[in-house]
Write a protein that binds this ligand. Sequence first.
Ligand SMILES: *Cc1c(COP(=O)(O)O)cnc(C)c1O
Length: 226
Amino acid sequence: MSSVKENINNILNYLTKLQTKKSKEVRIIAVSKKQPVEKISEAIESGLVNFGESYVQEAVKKIIHFSHVKQICWHFLGPIQSNKTKLIAEHFDWVQSVDRIKILEKLNHHRPNHLAPLNVLIQININDEASKSGIHKEELSKLIENVQKYRNLKLRGIMAIPRRENNPREQAYTFESLFNLFETHRKNNPDFNILSMGMSNDWEKAIHFGSNMVRIGTSIFGERDS
Ligand SMILES: *Cc1c(COP(=O)(O)O)cnc(C)c1O
């Protein structure tokens, strides 16, 4: 089994080889949910600074554990219950899984004034799967209008978890529709510049189709503890 450092170097080498302007802008989120702090330390030593977590209690413990490492940005990726919005707003730098106005309102309310605005991505349920959070893509404009009024939030873009797809044409179609949605809204909003798509099984493809933020768990850290 390869080490966390080897896995990260392989990913970084891939990005370097792309050698396009685009590849330089791709941010890697190391998804560390259900992974021990020792592995997170290894990833930090390899130069990663963005970490993704999905369970609030577990995440807050880790965030406090690494509070001396100032460069780390913590991203919340999991479904959001409204009674967890306070902890999320107090501890995270980014929230990628927002799909309701009520949650926006609560995150804005609970974001401490001494912190920078919370970076928000709206989750899009691109394949309309009942098992996944996220809004229909047609609902995005309305949600965007609502975010503008929240002074403690900064809308940065969209996030999606496309269905695992073996048919390359179907996969391309999904990635393209996300990219088009992103481009449409990017035009009117300078802060709106993040398309978060791509995970361990599809991140190279996602970058090919214009993703500039990939969320990689298993391919960096190995299998998660269940
Ligand atoms: C767990 C998770 C990931 C990472 O998944 P891997 O397949 O392990 O890379 C990425 N994004 C979200 C939203 C997740 O919940």
